[in-house]
Write a protein that binds this ligand. Sequence first.
Ligand code: FE2
Length: 475
Amino acid sequence: MKIEQLYTGCLAEMAYYIEDSGEAAIIDPLRETDPYIKMAKADGAKIKYIFLTHFHADFVAGHIDLARKTGATIVYGPNAKTEFDAYIAKDGEEFRIGNATIRVLHTPGHTMESTTYLLIDPEGKERAIFTGDTLFIGDVGRPDLAVKSGEITKEDLAGYLYESLRNKIMPLPDDIIVYPAHGAGSACGKNMSEQTWDTLGNQKKTNYALDPNLTKEEFIAKVIDGLLPPPKYFAINARMNRTVNTSIDEILERGTTPLSAETFRELSQRDDVLVIDTRSKSNYASKGTVPGAWWIGIEGNFAPWVGALVGDVQQKIIFITDDESRVQEIVTRFARVGFENILGYLAGGIENWIKHGYPVDKIGNISAVEFLQLLKEGKCPNPIDVRNPREYESQHIVGVENFPLDFIHENLHQLDPNKTYHIHCNSGYRSLIAASIMRTRGFNDVINVEGGFKALVELGAPTTQYVCPTTVESN
Ligand SMILES: [Fe+2]
């Protein structure tokens, strides 16, 4: 019997491949299908089941395409209502994969259909649980995504989660392996570990949510404390996961279309088309970009930021890359969070654009050393920190205001386009996104602080007292 964890850093998501005696199952597949089909082929196995732990909100899963291509059965736990053919399993029901068994444990809480899959090996030993967002390493899934006004509150959901953990998960053997759907960096929880799996015994000792002395009331209070509003695309992706969407092959075919500089220019000037520049920070900063482009670098949490900031998954998008061998990967990463209208990329990159003599747009850049010097001298106009409020509250540079990238569209009216802004985040990724968006909204003088908070702290910048240990680090 084989278990493989497929970790995708951009989304901090884990899908799983299980194989025994020529039969395979996939748990929580991402939108692309090839990796799973290739794995099964390499083992000479047939994918028999696609198990979903719940309707994911942070990505669009690929179960329908995968089922279409392999003939596998899509399985959800109790309470799931789908607009496509799926088998809705009962609590306790069992499925065979070769000589191994998957047992369904209905564990509502994160969502009402949330289900944990218990893997029993061919020798009959309980080996692993695939917990989805019910139990993470060091945390549990947020209970506020499946709230229905007038019907179910986040407190209700947190209460169900408490019962699920205590009645279904904690009685399992300590040596069982916990395989969750997400790791550190995912917005599906608050304080996940960098570890991607652990024994249940160890989690019982270290995960606050499994503390046997915790009362239900205390648990509910802890789980809902400090939750930031979910990114805008979460509700859209959750809805997409209940229904049938454009096939990944169709999205890839359209999205990987090379566009001439002339065509790209025409499209970039249309109001209904958004340009996203995915290049490296250094290429973007040194060579400039197409006017109107947002920078969201592919080297970072690309898909979640596209989802959070673009919002509308129907948005038509064209993109710039500095590595044309990654075009397919970039379109896939858009599609994973539901963006289906990718029209193509700038063939020949920004160099081709420049060769045509088309205008380029640049934002200002400043090193952490220079920024700090300006701050010390009181000559740094409007320094802002675009990390999220939890990070800012835990520690920030004295004299710098918080202006989270997460809410930039809602709050941009509070800033003055005629003023100069110096922007930093944790390491220089989010600040560059914020600067690029501000540039397209008429801010003429936005200056990105390279290296961000990390570099500033290393240089000994004066910071507020360290207050709370729950900082969620991101890039
Ligand atoms: Fe989730």
